[in-house]
Design a binder for this molecule. Structure first.
Ligand SMILES: Nc1nc2c(ncn2[C@@H]2O[C@H](COP(=O)(O)OP(=O)(O)OP(=O)(O)O)[C@@H](O)[C@H]2O)c(=O)[nH]1
Ligand SMILES: [Mg+2]
Length: 281
């Protein structure tokens, strides 16, 4: 019987897991920013190549604060760890092997699965060295990917493709759109605001030539809402314009994006909202 093999990308926030997945697949599958904890939901990316198909799970790492939303994020992390057959552990040489890395080591030591240790960002000049590295990569220059694929390959079954080779992610349109808009929150806004916001898509009209989207940015307080809107609506137009351009790039058609902001107090404690944002797989 065919067995599905999942490869979980695991590592401290900001180690470059999402950047790697996008670079490997050659499509924007997972959002990226220089801020920690950008990825909140596990994102599936499928890499189809001559030797077969690899199903990657870009996994958020566990968050330690006691906020309700973190329980949902942590569930994503643990589920991915459980369903993975192989773990690719990302280690960032621009940061020392500190407490956070040691905690991840401890969690991974409890698992009986193959773990491949990867040092990322090899294009950057100096760095710290992490213990027991199997391979290094640079996602910026797309170098040494083959070496990593070769390390993963022996653990995978040979055989037919599980998914259509054209298929590279399991995300539906609504999730992809909301993630691309959410990415702009991380890129355009400082501090806590992106973490206190979520994007809700209320309308999608997708034709051959035009993608028309209506979306809300929900945030926790009126003051955050005014930060997102900005003076004279400038910030919101910047977020909308950048998201629209990125979406046009991804989908290869004209995009019309109507973006509004609203306050939804305490949404990070609201079970109904959290369950919608983090559906059980
Ligand atoms: N120079 C360089 N920068 C990289 C590389 N890979 C990732 N980055 C940068 O590192 C930052 C974090 O990358 P992400 O891919 O968002 O990291 P992540 O591990 O997915 O982070 P979380 O989603 O927060 O867990 C971004 O600013 C990337 O541009 C790389 O190979 N070289
Ligand atoms: Mg990420």
């Amino acid at each position: 019987m065919w067995k599905v093999w999942y490869i979980a990308l695991i590592g401290r926030p900001n180690t470059g897991k999402s950047t790697f997945l996008n670079a490997l697949i050659g499509e924007k599958v997972s959002i990226v920013s220089s801020r920690p904890q950008t990825t909140q939901r596990t994102i599936m990316g499928i890499h189809t190549h001559d030797g077969g198909q690899m199903i990657f799970l870009d996994t958020p790492w566990v968050h330690e604060s006691i906020q309700e939303i973190n329980e949902y994020i942590n569930t994503q992390a643990y589920k991915s760890l459980n369903s993975a057959d192989v773990i690719v552990r990302f280690l960032d040489p621009t940061r020392p092997h500190g407490e956070e890395e040691k905690k991840i080591d401890t969690v991974l030591a409890t698992l009986t699965k193959p773990i491949i240790r990867v040092e990322t960002k090899k294009d950057l000049p100096c760095g710290y060295h992490h213990p027991k590295i199997d391979v290094h990569i640079s996602s910026s220059t797309r170098e040494w990917f083959d070496a990593l694929i070769e390390k993963i390959q022996p653990y995978l079954p040979e055989g037919e493709y599980l998914y259509d080779p054209e298929y590279y992610t399991d995300q539906d349109m609504e999730l992809r759109l909301s993630e691309i808009i959410r990415e702009q929150l991380f890129l355009c806004l400082g501090e806590e605001v992106p973490y206190a916001s979520f994007v809700e898509i209320t309308e999608i009209e997708d034709t051959e030539w035009l993608l028309r989207i209506m979306a809300y940015i929900n945030t926790e307080s009126d003051s955050q809402k005014y930060i997102i809107i900005g003076k004279g609506g400038k910030k919101l137009s910047e977020i909308g314009m950048k998201a629209r351009m990125h979406l046009e790039d991804i989908f290869g058609k004209k995009v019309f994006l109507a973006l509004r902001v609203k306050t939804l107090k305490n949404w990070r404690k609201n079970k109904a909202i959290l369950e919608k944002l983090f559906p059980k797989r």
